[in-house]
Structures are given as structure tokens and as C-alpha cells.
Design a protein around this ligand. Structure first.
Ligand code: CU
Length: 520
């Protein structure tokens, strides 16, 4: 087998190169993540100088007895992320993060997505139990206005109910429990660069069970979208695309095929921001929206106030779990309560990233500004998890095995599942609606956060042993380190049709680490 220059370096044959990146010798591990750091050409800003922005909540355009209707336009916008410089973002409504959609469990919403960007787009609601025609399949594209004859836009993207050629109505029945979801671009071959430019936003589903708890609410219920970016000299986003127009050849420069790591950490679009808090409890809905970076989050000083996890990808846990640190991979969500009453007014608490180096070892800062009354509590029982608890191996029909590895595709090294790069025509599994299966997932020779559309699953075991405390609750994304394997129980509920599952390292996904399953 011919080995590429990149492979040559990775295997350590050139001596010391991978070590210099701070990773293990067996993979391109920059800062504890599978990927390579892309240095900014602009000056990286000083941390803790700007306030934490919170994305606006989107108002429905109209509402009737059956549904709420929303409209979002995907377009370019300009924002100041680095002091004194302008960054062009491609955003939902031209902002980054996009507006937050807040919905009610069981109440249908219809989101009309309009495309005013120069490229095709597809919007996926991550964590949504969504009919296949609204799930944002990678080739189900909304074409741009200037691309009428492109063959890659022949999906039924433009045929959504009531949409025009450059818009699509996504129908979300939201027959699912309260949870923190997010929506982002899912265009075939170009998800990495399009999310990097800003196509990501929160979608929070609420329900009566969650509302009835006395968890922190209102201004003390804060979504935190953490991601990393790098910047060109003029302040624009830097990304190593082979074709920066994103209209021609997909992919990234060879050195970044393991993943693109930025050197600037953003929370809700601002670099290392500060949030002034009262000495009370706060609920933080933490999302890792990075392309390739993992974080190991910790509070410093800790003051005996760990993260109290109340929810996972799929909503509330049965009971809270305390964590000193939280390892969060791409696309995972951790819903946590932090109790600032353990600190004094004037204290500054930094949210650290134990796998980062230098500036990337910090994420943001909290400043305790005042005392305030607090009647919120974290109850010992959060949610009825009868269905989850009852799910065990004996409920499962068949077991399938999926290996996430490198594959050769026409002489180029790509990523694939069970030795195959993604092919929209190939079906990797046909589970029956209502059935439960064990999926045995294996990752090598790199770390892979594995995401299944449509469903939520329960982690049964990791490397033949008990799952980690951070694997608790309903998951839709599970992180595997290089060489790890896990068994998960998946219940195929909801809708019949074709969906994808894939690695959520977006560079791996764009380089074909994706496959179809069809619920029959
Ligand atoms: Cu991967």
C-alpha cells in the first residue's frame, strides 16, 4: 500500500512531527482532538474582554390551530468578532449563531428556509425526530439563485410543500421530549466549510415535565455554543478548502484531512467572552459546535462546585450527575447547572479546556457581580425514565457492526464506514420501524464522534466495560477515541424512510465517513 506524505508523518517516520503537535504517535491529534491546528493570520484577541452574546429567540411569522410557522433566510452578514475587523458570516438570517428556535413538545412547527447564499444548502435539525423529507438529507438541497443548471441540485429540495425553488418548508412534528437541539448545514461534501462560516443555531424544545421542575429559568437558562475558528489577516474566516468558492472541488488541503482546529475559541460567536452572573444557580445548555475540536471542560477555581448534569443530547436525565470535568465531542450537548453561590461577589471563574494549549486552554469566564434571591433547585429525580431503563439487550433484535476507519477511494485516502466511502445509493442497514437493535461501533485510527439521525440511543458498554458517567441518558452522538468500541441500543421509532449516520468530525463527514439506513 502506497502511503501518502500525511500518512508518513502520522506514522512518525519523519520523527517527532506528531509529537510536536501535542498528540499521540498514532493519529493526527492536535490538542487532544483528531485534527490539525490552523494558525490565524490576524492577531488573536485577548481573552475575557467582550460580553457573552445570547442569540435572539425567533418569533413565528404566523401561527394557527395546527402549527407555528417560522421563516429564516440564509444569507451573508458582517459582524465584528475580532476587535476592529469585520468578518463575513454565512448565517441563518445573516447572524452567527443563528436565531434560537424555541418550540413545544408535540406542537408542529414549519420552518421556511430561504437560500440567498451563492451555494446549495441543506438544513438538518440535529436531535430532531423528523420525517425523512424534512431531515436535511445531504443531497436534498435548496439551490442558490445563480445555480439553476447545476446537476448536483436535482434533489427534491426545491419541492418542499409550499416552498419556491430557492426555499424549502421543513416540517417538524416535534413528537419528542424537551431537549437542546441545534440546526446546521448538511450539504453533501461541504458541511465543514459551511458550518465554519456560520450556519448553526440552537433549537430548544420545551415541555411540561421540564417546565414543572424548579431548575434555573429565564436569564439563568443560557445556551452556550462553543466552537473554534481561525481568521485571515483581514478578519475573514480562514479554512483550508481546496476551492474557496465552495462551488467546485470539495475537500481540504492534505494536512487538514484529520480535521480543522481553530486557534480562537468562540462562545455564541464571541471570542473568550465574559458573563456577569449573580451568586445563584445557572442552567447552561452546552453545545460543542466545532468541526473537529473536543473539549474537556472544567471550572477554575472549582470551589466544590462541579457541573451538575441534568440533561444529555436527548433531554433530562433520570437523576442529576456531578462531574468535575466534562469531555464534550463535536455535536454533543450537556445540560448542566452551576451553582455560583459557592463563590463570593467579585470572584472570577474561568471555564477551562483541559485538552487545549495556551489560549485554547480557556473557553470563557464568569464574573460574580452580585447576590440575588434564588428559589431554583436541582431535584433528586428529574424525569421519568421508565422507557430508557427498560431498554436492555434482551429487547434487541439484531446486532450490526460498523467500523469507522480510513479507506482508499480512487487512490486518495478518505474516511469510511465498514470500508466504504459514502454513497447515497447504498443502504448499510434496513431496521424495522419499532424495532430495537444493538449497534456495535468501532473507531480507528482516529477519534470519531458518531451521530445517528432520527433516533436516540442508550450506551450499553464502552470497550466491554460500563459506560462513562458522561455517556448517561438518551444520546444521539457518542464519542469514540481512537481504538475504542461501544455497543449502543437503538430504538427505531418515528418515521419510515432513508436517513444517514456519520462521523461528526465535519472534515471526516465531508470526506465520506457517512452511510444510509432505511427504516422499513
Ligand atoms: Cu471521524
Amino acid at each position: 500500500m502506497k502511503i501518502s506524505r500525511r500518512e508518513f508523518l502520522r506514522l512518525g517516520l519523519a520523527g517527532g512531527v506528531t509529537l510536536a503537535l501535542g498528540g499521540s504517535a498514532c493519529s493526527g491529534s492536535g490538542e487532544g482532538s483528531t485534527g490539525t491546528v490552523l494558525p490565524s493570520k490576524a492577531k488573536v484577541p485577548e481573552p475575557f474582554k467582550v460580553p457573552l452574546p445570547v442569540p435572539p429567540v425567533l418569533e413565528p411569522a404566523r401561527t394557527d390551530a395546527g402549527a407555528d410557522y417560522y421563516e429564516i433566510t440564509q444569507k451573508a452578514g458582517r459582524v465584528e468578532i475580532l476587535p476592529g475587523l469585520q468578518t463575513e458570516v454565512w448565517g441563518y438570517d445573516g447572524i452567527f449563531p443563528g436565531p434560537t428556535v424555541e418550540s413545544r413538545s408535540g406542537r408542529k412547527i414549519i420552518v421556511r428556509q430561504r437560500n440567498e447564499l451563492p451555494v446549495p444548502v441543506s438544513t438538518h435539525l440535529h436531535g430532531g425526530r423528523t420525517p425523512p423529507e424534512s431531515d436535511g438529507y445531504p443531497t436534498d438541497l435548496i439551490p442558490p439563485k445563480n445555480m439553476a443548471h447545476d446537476h448536483s441540485t436535482t434533489g427534491h429540495g426545491s419541492m418542499g410543500t409550499g416552498g419556491s425553488r430557492h426555499s424549502k418548508d421543513y416540517v417538524y412534528p416535534l413528537e419528542q421530549r424537551a431537549a437542546t437541539l441545534w440546526y446546521h448545514d448538511h450539504r453533501m461534501d461541504f458541511t465543514g466549510p459551511q458550518v465554519w462560516r456560520g450556519l448553526a443555531g440552537f433549537h430548544i424544545i420545551r415541555d411540561d415535565e421540564d417546565d414543572a421542575l424548579l431548575l434555573p429559568k429565564g436569564e439563568r437558562d443560557v445556551p452556550l455554543m462553543i466552537c473554534d475558528r481561525s481568521f485571515d489577516e483581514d478578519g475573514s474566516f480562514l479554512y483550508p478548502s481546496l476551492d474557496h468558492s465552495l462551488k467546485g472541488k470539495p475537500g481540504v488541503e492534505d494536512d487538514y484531512m484529520d480535521g480543522v482546529l481553530g486557534d480562537t475559541i468562540l462562545v455564541n460567536g464571541a471570542p473568550w467572552p465574559v458573563l456577569e452572573v449573580s451568586a445563584t444557580k445557572y442552567r447552561f445548555r452546552i453545545l460543542n459546535a466545532s468541526n473537529a475540536r473536543r473539549y474537556e471542560l472544567a471550572l477554575e477555581p472549582a470551589n466544590h462546585a462541579p457541573f451538575v448534569q441534568v440533561g444529555s443530547d436527548g433531554g433530562l436525565l433520570g437523576a442529576p450527575i456531578g462531574h468535575r470535568t466534562i469531555r464534550i465531542a463535536q455535536a454533543e450537548r450537556f445540560d448542566v447547572v452551576v451553582d455560583f453561590s459557592k463563590y463570593s461577589v467579585g470572584d472570577e471563574i474561568t471555564l477551562k479546556n483541559h485538552t487545549g494549549q495556551g489560549k485554547t486552554a480557556s473557553v470563557m469566564r464568569f464574573r460574580v457581580a452580585r447576590k440575588e434571591n434564588d428559589d431554583s433547585t436541582v431535584p433528586r429525580r428529574l424525569s421519568d425514565m421508565t422507557e430508557f431503563d427498560g431498554l436492555n439487550k434482551s429487547s434487541a433484535g439484531r446486532t450490526r457492526e460498523f467500523r469507522f476507519t480510513r479507506v482508499a477511494d480512487g487512490g486518495r485516502t478518505m474516511w469510511g464506514i465498514n470500508g466504504e466511502p459514502f454513497d447515497p445509493e447504498r443502504m448499510a442497514a434496513r431496521p424495522e420501524l419499532g424495532s430495537t437493535e444493538v449497534w456495535h461501533l468501532k473507531a480507528a485510527p482516529a477519534a470519531h464522534p458518531i451521530h445517528l439521525h432520527l433516533v436516540h440511543f442508550k450506551v450499553l458498554s464502552r470497550n466491554g466495560r460500563k459506560p462513562l458517567p458522561t455517556d448517561a441518558g438518551w444520546k444521539d452522538t457518542m464519542d469514540l477515541a481512537s481504538g475504542e468500541e461501544a455497543r449502543v441500543l437503538v430504538r427505531f421509532d418515528g418515521y419510515r424512510g432513508r436517513y444517514v449516520f456519520h462521523c461528526h468530525n465535519l472534515e471526516h463527514e465531508d470526506m465520506m465517513m457517512m452511510a444510509n439506513f432505511e427504516v422499513v
